[in-house]
Write a protein that binds this ligand. Structure first.
Ligand code: WQD
Length: 341
């Protein structure tokens, strides 16, 4: 079996990707430091697939630990790298924590991959690199803009580190996947998003409000130049997103890549406003959501949604699940998490 390392594999997107890798017959090794995830996710994964991935608790800032890991697992053929801190607001307050945790760790992993006979590397990037794009939908050739936060900057710098390394490392090839807004959960209800503390993102805040954990959803502004005045985003179901990681990895493993560093936008290609997301949730859950319109959130861009042609044509991948599917699965997951508390 082809062995694949998934760093941050107990996280939201990481765990869903591990499931899809196992479904495709890969042997999966997970590294996670459990700083923003729970070991219980391992049970959720094995309940779905019937297979328990190899798990090693490791903080990738531990350079010697990373070296020891790769010495032990020298048969790794590919890495899907999710491990990173991702709270935009926190990154503004703690920039050095973000530069160390998101970039020093990336350097340590890449240094080990350089030593392997050959390696395929998939990087978890984000549409945040585009800032407020001048043209919509957003293509991969849209200019990378001044990041709105240190978190976004670590994605931009991370891509440059990988690009520059691949350029002079013939045995290393990489793809950066620029996600739009990942939402939803696995249909089984066994894995999903587990935000720690008060959710920053829209959909977990919606489901926690509906379940009674939060009093009311604040909608950050309805005076934007959009159809209903609220911001527009491209909400992609996390299972579609996870499947795209397997497809991208196989593009590299099967040497179908064009050049040894590529980027792909991963979205549905459709923009949805905040109020449209709220309405979709109410429709599929039958719950009336308690929300109020408040002032704009600093740093929010007006609108972002993907031009999906490159991923459709080059990866042969497109989303299959809808916003309603995402709301339905997110609600099922929320209800299951609260029932088990
Ligand atoms: C979506 C919309 C908010 C919460 C962030 C990161 C991005 C990526 C995805 C990691 C916006 C509105 C939100 C709330 C609201 N993360 N909103 N009330 O900001 O598009 O992207 O998460 O890669 O890098 O920047 O996602 O879910 O926070 O917000 O009205 O309580 O929902 O204003 O318009 P965002 P989000």
């Amino acid at each position: 079996m082809v062995k694949i390392l998934v760093t941050g594999g107990l996280g939201f997107i990481g765990s869903h990707t591990v499931v899809e890798l196992q479904n495709e017959g890969y042997e999966v090794v997970i590294i996670d430091d459990l700083s923003n995830s729970s070991i219980k996710v391992l049970d959720g994964i094995s309940t779905i697939t019937g297979k328990t991935p190899i798990f090693e608790k490791l903080d990738l800032k531990d350079k010697a630990g990373v070296e020891a890991f790769f010495a032990k697992h020298s048969d790794i053929k590919g890495v899907i790298h999710f491990a990173a801190s991702k709270a935009v607001g926190e990154s503004v307050q703690e920039p050095l924590l973000y530069y160390e945790n998101n970039l020093a760790t990336l350097v340590y992993v890449l240094k080990e991959l350089k030593k392997l006979p050959e390696a395929s590397f998939i990087f978890s990037s984000s549409c945040t690199v585009y800032g407020q794009a001048d043209e919509l939908p957003i293509t991969e050739s849209a200019p990378v803009k001044q990041a709105e936060s240190p978190y976004g900057n670590t994605k931009q710098i991370g891509e440059e580190i990988i690009r520059d390394t691949c350029r002079v490392t013939p045995n290393l090839k990489a793809i950066a996947l620029r996600y739009f807004n990942p939402v939803g959960a696995h249909e089984s209800g066994n894995i999903g998003e587990l935000p720690i503390g008060v959710p920053q993102n829209l959909v977990p805040f919606i489901t926690q409000t509906a379940i009674g954990l939060r009093k009311q959803l604040s909608v950050f502004g309805d005076d934007y130049p959009t159809t209903d005045g609220t911001c527009i985003r491209d909400y992609i179901h996390v299972v579609d997103l996870a499947k795209a990681h397997v497809v991208a990895l196989e593009r590299l493993l099967k040497n179908k890549n064009k050049g040894n560093y590529e980027t792909f936008n991963l979205g549905t290609g459709t923009g949805s406003s905040v109020l449209e997301v709220v309405k979709a949730f109410e429709r599929v859950s039958g719950e009336k959501l308690n929300y109020k319109i408040v002032g704009r959130r600093e740093g929010d861009i007006i609108s972002a949604y993907a031009d999906t042609r490159k991923a459709n044509n080059e990866l042969g991948w497109k989303t299959k699940l809808t916003l309603d599917d995402a709301m339905r699965s997110a609600w099922k997951w929320e209800q299951k998490v609260r029932a088990s508390e």
